[in-house]
Design a protein around this ligand. Structure first.
Ligand code: NAD
Length: 362
C-alpha cells in the first residue's frame, strides 16, 4: 500500500525532494503525494509541476493544508526554527512525520518534539541524508565488519566555499552557529556512526573569519571521545577559500588497529598493516581502491523507503527521532563547549534536557 504524504516545503532543499527524492518512491508504489505546502507561491508551483499535482492539492498555508488533506504522514523541509510548529499540526491530525535535520533549532525544542511524538504514539524519522549517501555507507560497511580491527580515531573535514551572503541559503547567514547547527550536524553524526558508540565528551572551538558574510560562527574544530574508547576530530568551514571538501565530497578517515580507510571526494582507499613488519609507511593515493556499494536509492530517497518499512511494522529506522537526539546533542553540546571554553559530557548534557522537558506546547 502506498502511504499518503503531505509534503511541507517546496523551495530550497524542498525542490530536491520534489524532483529527486519523492519521485522514485512514488514510481515504485512506496508513497503517493496527496498535498503540497509552501508559503512561497513560486516554490509551490515548481513543486506542483515536479509532482504532477492538481492546484487544489497545493497550499500556501500549512494550517490550511493540514485541515484539508488526509495523509498518513507528512514530510517537513522548512528551516529548523519552523519544524516544531509543523510537527504540532501533523500530530494534531494523527500523522507520522519524516523531517529534515536537525530535529529543531534548539536542544529544548528537539527534546520536546521527541516527547510529543512519543506521547502521541506516532513515528518520526529524521533525514540524516549524508550518513546514507553511497560513499559514506560504503565506508561504514568497511569499518564495521571488523576487517580493520577496533577503531582508534575518526577524522572528518568539511571545507565549503559559502562565504558570500546568500550563497548558503539566507537563513544560515542570519542564524547563530550555522556551521554546527546546519552543517556539522551531518558530519558529527557520521563520525559518531563510524566510531560505533555514543559520544561521551565533546570539545569545540568556533569562530568567524573576517571574510564570512554571516552573523554566526562559520568555522569549527571539534574533538570527541566515544564510549568504546575511540576518538573523533572534525574541522568544518563554510568559508574555506576553494571548496576543497564541499557537500557530498567531504573527507573522512578511519584509523583502526590493523589499517586505515580514507574517503575523499567519493573515492575510498584502504591500507592494511603488514603484521610481518616492525614498521610500515604508506601514502594517500597508494591504498587499495574500493568500489562503492551498489544500490538504487541513497540519501533521502532511501530514508523515505526506510521510514515506510518502519510504518509497515519493520524495525525503527536508524534515524528515528529518539535515537537522533544523539546527533542533535552533539551539536548543542558542542555549542555549549564553545561557550564555556571546556569539554562537555554529552550524555549528561542530553539527560539534563530530558529531565526538564515538558510536552506542553511552547
Ligand atoms: N539533508 C540535507 O542534506 C539538507 C540540505 C539542505 C537543507 N536541509 C534541511 O532542509 C530544511 C529546509 O532548508 P532549506 O535549505 O530548504 O531552506 P530554504 O529557506 O532554502 O527553503 C525553505 C522553504 O520552506 C518554505 N517555508 C518556510 N516556512 C514555511 C512554513 N511555515 N510553511 C510552509 N513552507 C515554509 C520557504 O518558503 C522555502 O520555500 C532545513 O531543516 C535544512 O536543514 C537538509
Amino acid at each position: 500500500m502506498a502511504y499518503k504524504v503531505l509534503h511541507v516545503g517546496a523551495g530550497g532543499f524542498g525542490e530536491y525532494w520534489c524532483r529527486e527524492y519523492l519521485p522514485p518512491n512514488i514510481a515504485d508504489g512506496t508513497i503517493e503525494v496527496v498535498g503540497l505546502v509552501d508559503i512561497n507561491p513560486k516554490a509551490l508551483e515548481i513543486g506542483r509541476k515536479h509532482l504532477n499535482l492538481e492546484s487544489a492539492q497545493c497550499f500556501t498555508s500549512a494550517a490550511q493544508a493540514f485541515g484539508a488533506v488526509d495523509a498518513d504522514l507528512c514530510t517537513i523541509v522548512v528551516p529548523p526554527a519552523h519544524h516544531e510548529s509543523i510537527v504540532d499540526l501533523a500530530l494534531g491530525r494523527g500523522m507520522h512525520i519524516l523531517s529534515e535535520k536537525p530535529i529543531a533549532d534548539t536542544m529544548e525544542a528537539s527534546v520536546r518534539i521527541a516527547d510529543k511524538v512519543k506521547a502521541a504514539g506516532r513515528k518520526m524519522g529524521v533525514t540524516m541524508s549524508h550518513r546514507f549517501d553511497q560513499d559514506k555507507s560504503t565506508l561504514r560497511a568497511i569499518v564495521s565488519n571488523d576487517a580493520l580491527g577496533p577503531i582508534n580515531t575518526v577524522s572528518g573535514r568539511f571545507a565549503g566555499d559559502y562565504r558570500s551572503y546568500d550563497s548558503w541559503g539566507r537563513f544560515r547567514h542570519e542564524m547563530v552557529h550555522p556551521m554546527l547547527i546546519e552543517g556539522a550536524v551531518h558530519h558529527l553524526d557520521i563520525i559518531a556512526d563510524l566510531a560505533g558508540a555514543p559520544c561521551t565528551s565533546i570539545y569545540a572551538r568556533t569562530w568567524k573569519p573576517q571574510w564570512a558574510e554571516y552573523k554566526g560562527d562559520t568555522d569549527v574544530i571539534v574533538v570527541m571521545d566515544f564510549a568504546n574508547g575511540s576518538h573523533g576530530v572534525y574541522e568544518g568551514s563554510s568559508t574555506q577559500a576553494t571548496g576543497l571538501n564541499s557537500w557530498c565530497s567531504e573527507y573522512f578517515r578511519v584509523e583502526a588497529a590493523f589499517g586505515t580507510a580514507i574517503l575523499d571526494h567519493r573515492e575510498i582507499e584502504v591500507f592494511h598493516r603488514d603484521p610481518n613488519r616492525i614498521k610500515q609507511l604508506s601514502r594517500h593515493g597508494k591504498g587499495q581502491k574500493v568500489q562503492l556499494l551498489p544500490g538504487v536509492k541513497w540519501e533521502n530517497a532511501l530514508l523515505i523507503e526506510q521510514f515506510c518499512h518502519w510504518l509497515d511494522g519493520g524495525p525503527p529506522m536508524p534515524t528515528n527521532v529518539e535515537d537522533n537526539l544523539q546527533s542533535v546533542a552533539l551539536v548543542f553540546a558542542a555549542i555549549e563547549s564553545a561557550r564555556l571554553g571546556q569539554p562537555v559530557k554529552v550524555q549528561e548534557f542530553l539527560q539534563s534536557f530530558r529531565n526538564s522537558a515538558s510536552i506542553t506546547p511552547r
